[in-house]
Design a protein around this ligand. Sequence first.
Ligand SMILES: Cc1ncc(COP(=O)(O)O)c(C=O)c1O
Length: 432
Amino acid sequence: MKTHKFSPESLMMSHGYKPELSQGAVKCPIFQTSTFEYKTAEEGKAFFEIAYGLREKDPKEELGLIYSRINNPNLEILENRLCLWDKSDDCAVFESGMSAISTVLLEFLKPGDLLVHGNPLYGGTDHFIEHFLTKIGIHVLSVHPDESSEDIISMIKTSGKGDKLAMIFLETPANPTNEIVDIESYKNICKHFSTDDKEVLLAVDNTYMGPLWQHPLQFGADLVLYSATKYIGGHSDLIAGAVLGPAELMIRVKTLRTFLGNMLSPNTAWLLLRSLETLKVRMSQQTENAQQVAAFLNKHSAVEKVNYLGLLKEGTKEHTIYKKQCEAPGAMISFDIKGGEKEAFQFMNSLKLFKIAVSLGSTESLVQHPITMTHAGVDPTHRERMNITDKLIRLSIGVENADDIIWDIEQALENIQSRVLGTNHKFQMVSD
Ligand SMILES: Cc1ncc(COP(=O)(O)O)c(C=O)c1O
């Protein structure tokens, strides 16, 4: 018989789950238990020997479950399924995106090391790096998408800490402006500073693209990170995170997770298993809607500029990177409204279908104002350089009917215009 390889979306309902171990239940139950019974004391001893690295695992040996801070069926099945999207060796799931990010940074950096990070970054990541890592003696160098590889190499050398470079951490596309950088070129910078004794690692936060639209490991990233709260969860009802990468790095991530105790709970893992079954349909619909919304905003005279991957101009550096790395433009849009904070807030307050809330990637459309919300704690000079200004509004597009989403945006734009100008004049649509 001809062999056939199923796509990840076809395996989200079954991969890694054995019904015969759960009374034939078609759906994986929630293994709400803190600990697992060993058949014998010898078996318990054998499991601990492997867990603590006291001996190599025999290839034929089945690893048993020990304790839910170390392993649990819901977590393992979820991790195995997430590996399929990114074609990764292994995955570790966490109780939040921030715990995934902070665990990776703490595991691979030590006092005296240099961390280079891209801009912009999610405000929480930026805060952890700039305010916590610097406090424990980690040197931080911040770089921007408009700097070339040569510029960055020379900045690292000028810092005098090139031999201490341990990691580059990137977000691409970046929150909230959709800035995009070439992952491969950053891996080449890592290689430039790697030696026989030390490999400089590249970690990429892929939250904005979800596991569907970009696969950083295929472009040289060593680790890919997600806030699983976003597209992977997708229903604004849980907080979770994930890290994926090669086995030799993931064993270190999982070991630190065991001792920090910031693994995901079985209940949240179960919710994520349910979410993964619809990941592709949700993200595809969201992307289709976002393309229509971006095209609408791009023609509206009350809008100064739209940041959306689907609107990148052919022939630009960004478009070339987008074509190389991304499979679709995703569902995150930000735009500059004409005016400033006043107009932005009036627009947001006038929306009827959108909810004013941070977070992204869920079934419902959300709107937020990055400079006063998610990025309020970011250094103002960084914000200014990254065009995170009073007039920037971020939209996360959901699965609602696209006409309804566009109607809502249109009536809110009209509302600010009539308040500002005191007229009923409708904003003009700019023709092609
Ligand atoms: C790009 C990005 N990375 C990481 C995080 C942090 O994730 P969590 O809120 O799940 O801790 C967020 C949260 O908004 C984010 O937008």
